[in-house]
Design a protein. Structure first.
Length: 734
């Protein structure tokens, strides 16, 4: 037997009756929330047993509760010292190699719970893995709590497959087989079993604030639908009389059901989640239990992911039927004070459902209510002088709300909304810097701001014609519109540091570079994701499926090519456009989807434009000819792919705008190659199918007619299709 075990046995023998009375008094006072009396009893016990690690552990826990769960650093240090005394290596935070009792394991659990509420989920998993590997040899109470905490941690990092594996092992180990069915319950053939909220029982730590499972609107907007809590239990300092550990199997079964539903939602399997949720609710009703807010939110999330927004709204409205919560005990009050109110989650979930119902204005209103309610609560707490406790998850809640509202604002595509969305995404970035989709949204904001400023510049200096002189000596001066992909500082912006977060193209390019570093680097890696059906973490939204990862990377490459063109980095634009074309065509299963067709079209378009700027006309013509296919006509039109000139073509053409854009670019390319006959042929096809010719088309037609020697026709086109510009106004704009 090890030296540690011999020491423990000697301590067990030397326990006196007075020490047992003090230990019992400390436990009783702690359970009655009289932390001062409990601490006094532990201090007396510490004088009698100065080297007892259990006393030190319970004293640290009691002091932590007495501080209102605010002195986290001191509690962490005490836990690490306790664990180190049980470990042969004496290293802080190390697990004992041969635990002689539950005490070191409970200390490890307490340490893991602290890290869990500090959002250090990977550290929690690393701490609990040795305990989970030996789960059959652990005490039942400790083993169950290890599993529940491990499940919650895996769900938080979007590791749904590992969470489901822990759920199945927990059922097999701690629940009777087969599971007893409630009366009237439907027996399911699904390999998964249902869930409740994630309650984690750990010594010396109380219940946690309502957390949330993530919902996604159109795969992107994160909405917190499920709430849960962590239970607590104090470890008796009474040495030598181990406590009988037992678990409520029905309560454990419900918790696993809720966790299983959350896992299935992370797997993006709403049908299975709906079946599991139905079983969980039937069991709760048959047992006479009232539905909790967490169950209502979770059921609403299931309906939301089943694309049933009306049913999701109906479920959410059932919140009003929930009776007011009973007065909280002292330790629960500590928890509740740092938890956002139910109104915050209700408005947030309502907004996500309304967004799915294609009611963006109403969704934005509810997001605004959620954020305002949250800000008022935090301001009130600050005014009352409340110190944040361990369960203060305000940073996580604030980041989620900001991300949701930022996504909704970005879709409105107006300059004030885009600027506001950019600020919200920057705030979210502080907590979730490893979300590639978040970096993409920041770049989209930068591109949208550039687009709107270019549009303002065009409105201030429109294309037109100016008459100079009179009579025989009169001349026509053509005033071209600003180029969409001219140098970025032509908008009147001063050069800036790309690392400084501002909605400008240099920072947008940096965001796109970060997104590319976070995404799989090659198509082979993407194929491996699809083969293994792995999910890609994208907190605070739901994890991305492999096909979503591919689409996000295509969008990043597409935006990167566009941004490089605007910044006059033509080689970079060609590189990103070529990578986009290669990525789209690398997957036969998805290359024929509407999104893939549009990405391929834009890839060829941007590659051709970059080659033209690099004076490589022949390769540019090949890209333009490859970029056009009948698939684009038959595919679903997505207006978000068109800007400026393309929008004008869409509004005034009888043909597909994609085809007209290709023909226009071909005409320009032929003109640069001095093949004016082909250029005029392409121009005629565009002209004949336009109800009203945009200024760029008119300018190109005038140029081609001048090159062919048709001077009178060029003058006629200028006077008929271009507005006459006031010289004073033109000079002022210059």
């Amino acid at each position: 037997m090890s030296k540690q075990a011999n020491w423990q046995n000697r301590v067990d023998i030397e326990v006196t009756s007075s020490e047992k009375e003090l230990a019992h008094k400390a436990l009783t006072e702690f359970q009655n929330f009289n932390y001062v009396n409990a601490l006094n009893a532990l201090l007396k016990l510490e004088e009698l047993r100065p080297n007892d690690v259990k006393v030190q552990h319970n004293k640290a826990a009691c002091e932590f509760f007495l501080s209102g769960l605010t002195n986290v650093d001191a509690f962490l240090k005490a836990l690490q010292e306790v664990i180190a005394q049980y470990s042969k290596s004496q290293g802080p935070g190390r697990l004992p190699e041969v635990p002689s009792s539950n005490e070191p394991l409970i200390a490890v659990l307490n340490l893991a719970v602290v890290y869990y509420h500090q959002l250090k989920y990977n550290v929690v998993i690393q701490l609990l893995k040795p305990l989970y590997d030996a789960i059959e040899s652990l005490d039942e109470m400790v083993g169950v709590r290890v599993c529940l905490l491990l499940i919650s941690s895996h769900i938080q990092i979007s590791s749904a497959d590992n969470a489901q594996a822990v759920i199945e092992r927990t059922r097999t180990t701690f629940l009777p087989q087969p599971l007893p069915s409630s009366e009237g319950e439907t027996v399911m053939s699904s390999p998964h079993q249902p869930l409740a909220h994630s309650e984690i029982g750990v010594a010396a730590l109380p219940s946690s604030p309502p957390g949330a499972g993530n919902s996604s609107s159109a795969g992107d907007t994160a909405g917190n639908f499920a709430s849960g809590g962590d239970g607590a239990e104090f470890t008796s300092a009474e040495v030598g009389s181990p406590k009988e550990a037992c678990i409520d199997q029905e309560a454990l079964r419900r918790r696993l059901q809720v966790q299983s539903v959350r896992t299935m939602l992370s797997f993006c399997q709403p049908k299975l989640a709906a079946k599991e949720m139905k079983v969980a609710i039937l069991q709760a009703v048959s047992s006479g239990d009232q539905l909790q807010l967490s169950q209502i939110c979770l059921k609403s999330q299931v309906r939301h992911m089943q694309c049933q927004p009306q049913k999701a709204l109906k479920v959410l409205n059932a919140r009003t039927a929930i009776p007011e919560a009973a007065p909280l005990a002292h330790n629960c009050a500590i928890t509740r004070r740092d938890v956002p109110s139910q109104d915050v989650w209700f408005y947030n979930n309502l907004a996500v459902v309304n967004w799915r119902s294609e009611k963006p204005a109403l969704a934005l209103s509810h997001f605004d209510k959620a954020i305002n309610t949250f800000v008022k609560e935090q301001s009130k707490k600050a005014a009352d002088g409340q110190v944040p406790s361990l369960y203060n998850n305000c940073a996580k809640v604030n980041a989620t709300l900001c991300y949701n509202m930022g996504c909704s604002m970005l879709h409105f595509n107006t300059l004030p909304m885009v600027l506001a969305a950019f600020d919200l995404f920057i705030e979210t970035l502080q907590l979730y810097p490893k979300n590639p989709r978040l970096w993409l949204h920041l770049a989209e904001c930068c591109i949208a701001v550039h687009h709107w400023k270019r549009k303002e510049l065009e409105d201030a200096a429109p294309a037109g014609v100016k008459k100079l002189g009179n009579g025989m000596l009169s001349k026509l001066l053509l005033i071209p519109p600003p180029s969409r992909c001219s140098s970025w500082n032509s908008c009147g912006e001063a050069p800036s540091d790309s690392a400084f977060p501002e909605p400008k193209l240099p920072f947008g390019r940096l965001c796109l570079q970060n997104a590319l570093k976070l995404l799989p680097t090659s198509s082979r890696d993407l194929d491996e994701l699809e083969k293994q059906r792995q999910l890609f973490p994208a907190l605070p939204s739901l994890p991305m499926r492999p096909d979503e990862v591919r689409r996000v990377k295509c969008a990043v490459l597409c935006c990167a090519a566009y941004t490089d063109l605007c910044l006059d980095d033509h080689q970079g634009a060609l590189t990103h456009a070529s990578a986009l074309i290669s990525l789209v065509t690398s997957s036969p299963a998805t290359s024929s989807t509407p999104a893939a067709i549009h990405f391929r079209y834009l890839g060829h378009l941007y590659a051709a434009e970059a080659l033209v700027f690099m004076n490589k006309i022949s390769p540019a013509v090949k890209h333009l000819e490859q970029g056009w296919s009948s698939d684009v006509i038959s595919s679903i039109y997505d207006g978000t792919l068109l800007y400026d000139f393309e929008e004008e073509l869409l509004a005034n053409s009888n043909l597909d705008p994609h085809q007209l854009v290709i023909k226009y670019n071909l005409s320009v390319t032929f003109a640069l190659r001095e093949d004016f006959d082909k250029a005029l042929t392409s121009m005629k096809e565009i002209w004949d199918n336009m109800r009203r010719q945009p200024p760029r088309v008119v300018m190109l037609a005038i140029y081609l007619n001048l090159k062919k020697g048709h001077l009178e026709k060029a003058q006629q086109l200028a006077l008929e299709h271009l507005q006459t510009v006031d010289p004073k106004k033109y000079n002022a704009s210059m």
